[in-house]
Design a binder for this molecule. Structure first.
Ligand SMILES: [Zn+2]
Length: 346
């Protein structure tokens, strides 16, 4: 079997396309085998290549978390799916037995793992995973669009809908438009009827974001976005800030946040340690919300929007499996606007 792997952590030169990988086999009757049609990259893949604390890989380790594929084999206990179904894959794997899983909150599972990070990933010809992690889509659904969709849209859905409870007419600020989660937040916020301001250091990306429905834009280079948002809103501030940048933007995000504001984060790409003035936190009755991945119900919700054509992830570019490393290089340079997809089969 062919697949993109690493056998040690380091730079992108560690990525190795192999054709001698063991074909995965079903080890439980609740699993399915999926022939991958297309996979897509996330920032997580760069972290996995570089090495994450407490995450141990078994070489040769298949990278990648997102994919669309076709079911080729099913365990005896699987129902509601058929061999030949085209499916979206939820990369979040949970034990389905703990108190959080039983309450329907799989991303809180103490044994939660992600395809490509804790279990072998999606940039390969085949994968075996729990049937609970796949959902059927139309037989002619586009594999690149399907691969690009799930992780970022699921993450953004939980952040805005379940955690921040964004409502129609509210004002949301989204940092760093161009990344998958930020673009999904823009789409979902517009779907909910919110007013959306996005930031980028690239005027070209801001222009593309306007074409996708952004109501207002800020080039954040050399600008205090907190002060700018207060000026633009007559000192009121915004209702929700989506900040997964961390140290570099936290103070500005709080500066932009109005009374009763919610700041929601799913990461800290510039560093994890941030400072919050607790007096402003309680006086303004802010909520600081963490979020990661999504639960089964949220997966159902985004798949319904995908199947109805209401949500889709913008695609930056599509690569062949032979050229997959070039996709990683484009992501490492932050050059992309939308998802980087690896086409694996037709
Ligand atoms: Zn669990």
């Amino acid at each position: 079997m062919r697949g993109l792997t690493i056998s040690a952590h380091g730079g992108l030169d560690r990525l190795e396309l192999r054709d001698d990988l063991a074909v995965p086999t079903l080890v439980s009757d609740a699993q399915v085998r999926v022939r991958i049609l297309a996979a897509a990259l996330n920032h997580l893949d760069l972290f996995v290549v570089g090495g994450l604390p407490n995450v141990r890989i078994v070489p040769p380790w298949i990278v990648g978390s997102d994919a669309m594929g076709t079911i080729t084999e099913m365990g005896a206990a699987v129902s509601g799916l058929d061999v030949g179904d085209r499916v979206l894959i939820n990369p979040g794997i949970s034990d389905r037995t703990c108190e959080y899983c039983l309450a329907g909150e799989q991303p809180l599972c103490p044994r939660f793992g992600v395809l490509g990070e804790h279990v072998p990933g999606t940039i390969a010809e085949e994968i075996v995973l729990p049937a609970a992690n796949v959902r059927r889509v139309a037989p002619d659904a586009d594999p690149a669009e399907g691969a690009a969709f799930t992780l970022s849209t699921l993450t953004a859905w939980r952040m805005l809908v379940s955690r921040a409870r964004l409502r129609a007419g509210e004002h949301v600020l989204v940092w760093g438009i161009g990344g998958g989660v930020a673009l999904a937040c823009l789409q979902i916020a517009k779907l909910l009827g919110a007013y959306v301001t996005v930031t980028s250091s690239s005027d070209a990306k801001l222009e593309r974001a306007r074409a996708l429905g952004a109501d207002a834009t800020i080039n954040h280079r050399g600008v205090d976005v907190g002060k700018e948002m207060r000026a633009r809103t007559g000192k009121r501030g915004v209702d929700v800030v989506v900040d997964s940048v961390g140290e570099a933007t936290w103070a500005q995000s709080l500066g932009a946040l109005g009374r009763r504001g919610r700041l929601v984060t799913c990461g800290g790409t510039t560093g994890p340690m941030v400072t919050t003035d607790v007096r402003r936190l309680f006086w303004n009755q802010w909520s600081i919300l963490g979020s990661t991945m999504g639960n089964d119900t949220e997966f159902d919700e985004i798949v319904a929007h995908f199947n109805a054509g209401r949500l889709s992830a913008p695609i930056d570019s599509v690569y062949s499996l032979d050229d997959a490393r070039a996709a990683f290089e484009r992501m490492a340079n932050g050059a992309q606007f939308g998802k980087l997809v690896v086409r694996i089969a037709s």
